[in-house]
Design a protein around this ligand. Structure first.
Ligand SMILES: [Zn+2]
Ligand SMILES: [Zn+2]
Length: 231
């Protein structure tokens, strides 16, 4: 199936204000993707109406891009809508507080199912949580989610940028890279990563950045990540 599991809505300050639920879903449909996830920075507040918008147009899973205290990004995915409140309470509790300056960083809009702005997040979302990467991964696993290292080799907010290695005992479910040769490089350097689940997403902050139908994975293998961990 063709996927893009790393898309930012207008709730992320760095995203365009037209990254609404309907625009994202419609663009993903136009691009003939089969599965998407909207992964805003440190918040799931945009996801409450996603099911109403996606309906039978496109499949989706719930997601969020969490920033650890070390300034490493990790993607958390979960399947059950009932977990939205749990994830949001966790993020609210640990996000290091700073008010958003919308003129500098951009607005953080929350939409309803017809793309009306119903709220605006006032806390700046592009901050770290006051938790380590390991603590965040543990929390995700205690709440039936899977944890994927985001853009693992990027120059900012990545594990390789911060730690310059990926330890064998880091309890992750997969690794996102932005280029195919990043995966090759990582597997050469750390052979124990060969059995990891690898993803390539757009990290779209603008509508036209949403992936073309080029990245595919086996549906069974992807959803098998939950079976592997939770039985
Ligand atoms: Zn990121
Ligand atoms: Zn991102």
């Amino acid at each position: 199936m063709f996927y893009d599991l790393h898309i930012h809505s207008a709730l992320s300050p760095c995203s365009d204000d037209d990254m609404t639920l309907n625009n994202i879903v419609n663009m993903a449909c136009l691009k003939e993707l089969d599965l998407i996830a909207i992964t805003d920075h440190n918040s799931v507040k945009q996801l409450y109406h996603l099911a109403d918008v996606a309906q039978d147009k496109i499949r989706f899973i719930y997601g969020v891009e969490i920033q650890s205290r070390e300034e490493i990004h990790v993607l958390a995915y979960f399947l059950d809508k009932q977990l939205l409140d749990t994830f949001q309470a966790f993020l609210d509790c640990y996000l290091i507080e700073e008010p958003n300056d919308e003129y500098y960083f951009g607005h953080q809009y929350i939409f309803n199912e017809v793309d009306e702005v119903v709220n605006e997040e006032r806390r700046l979302l592009i901050k770290s949580l006051d938790l380590s990467l390991v603590e965040i991964i543990d929390w995700i696993h205690h709440h039936h989610g899977i944890a994927i290292l985001a853009h693992a080799m990027s120059e900012r907010f990545s594990i390789m940028n911060v730690f310059m290695r990926i330890d064998e005992d880091l309890d992750i479910d997969g690794i996102e890279v932005t280029k195919e040769d990043h995966r090759t490089l990582l597997m050469e350097r750390f052979p124990y990563l060969k059995n990891q689940f690898w993803l390539m997403n757009s990290d779209a902050h603008r509508l036209e950045m949403i992936s073309e139908p080029i990245h595919q994975f086996d549906e069974k293998e992807f959803f098998g990540l939950w079976r592997k961990r939770y039985g």
